[in-house]
Design a protein around this ligand. Structure first.
Ligand code: IPD
Ligand code: CA
Ligand code: CA
Length: 262
């Protein structure tokens, strides 16, 4: 059994070093950018470099552990531990030169999250959580927001890459919810959205069709900050609502209204 507290210190170090690579290359003129599943789904040389850096560290320090990385997929090993990596969350922002991007590292033991680290290099914000140990940002303990009415809430959301071909593309939920809110943000990095829910900077968040690596660390940040996560579509991907339990309930109700009209 590993000592998760000790591992966290080590992982924070990796996140900072990866963040340094990302910051150094941010807005560089000749950044190499390719496309993946669709023309809107990007990958840069820095996504790949960041993932390689993290995988090298894990393989060196925890050679028996399994890894799932966004850019290189599953590194199958018979292990009770699984590292889930989004080496650069917010690739579109990064490629555009928008400073909201982060590295997200989750660790699961027997299928349950035990450690989550989200580091936003441009902002120098290090969000950390370990199971039953609370959530922190740069050493300060975090708590989710306390709003209980949607018209006092600022929520974030996001949209899948296959918006044109996917009939379930969040536009209907967006149309139902936005008029009822104080405000909405599309920040472009799911892990950072969840970190902001954990800190109470955002009152809540919903998004559909996310992948394991988008949420592995962020879900633990929200839960350990006293928040709730609910899953609103029964699919292989992650369609989630995050916030305090009242806000999650209110968002759920509006999602049900849209679903009942389909
Ligand atoms: C994306 C971001 C975005 C979300 C997308 C994700 P990537 O991750 O988190 O906010 O809306 O669904 O795929 O591709 O930048 O790592
Ligand atoms: Ca992502
Ligand atoms: Ca990514």
């Amino acid at each position: 059994m590993i000592d998760v507290k000790k591992v966290l210190t080590e992982v924070e170090g990796w996140a900072r070093e990866v963040g340094e690579i990302q910051r150094e290359n941010f807005r560089k003129d000749d950044l190499e950018i390719d496309t993946k599943s669709t023309v809107t789904d990007l990958v840069t040389e820095i996504d790949k470099k960041s993932e390689k850096y993290l995988i090298d560290k894990i393989e060196k320090n925890y050679p028996d552990h399994a890894i799932l990385g966004e850019e290189t997929g599953a590194h199958h090993k018979e292990s009770e531990y699984l590292w889930v990596l989004d080496p650069l969350d917010g690739t579109n922002n990064y490629a555009q030169g928008l400073p909201i991007y982060c590295v997200s590292i989750g660790l699961e033991y027997r299928g349950k999250a035990v450690l989550g680290v989200v580091y936003a290099p441009y902002l120098d914000e290090m969000y950390t959580a370990i199971k039953d140990g609370g959530t922190f940002c740069n050493g300060k303990k975090l708590k989710v927001g306390s709003e209980k009415e949607l018209n006092r809430c600022v929520l974030a959301t996001g949209f899948p890459y296959d918006k044109l071909t996917n009939p379930l593309n969040n536009i209907d939920y967006f149309g139902e919810l936005v008029p009822r809110l104080r405000g909405v943000r599309r920040m472009g990095a799911a892990a950072y959205d969840l970190a902001c829910v954990a800190s109470g900077v955002l009152d809540g968040y919903w998004e559909m069709n996310l992948r394991h690596w988008d949420v592995a660390a962020g879900i633990l940040l929200v839960e350990e900050a006293g928040g709730k996560i609910s899953h609103f579509r029964d699919d292989r991907e992650y369609s989630i609502i995050a916030g305090n339990k009242e806000v999650v309930g209110l968002i759920e109700n509006h999602i049900k209204i849209v679903d009942s009209k389909r």
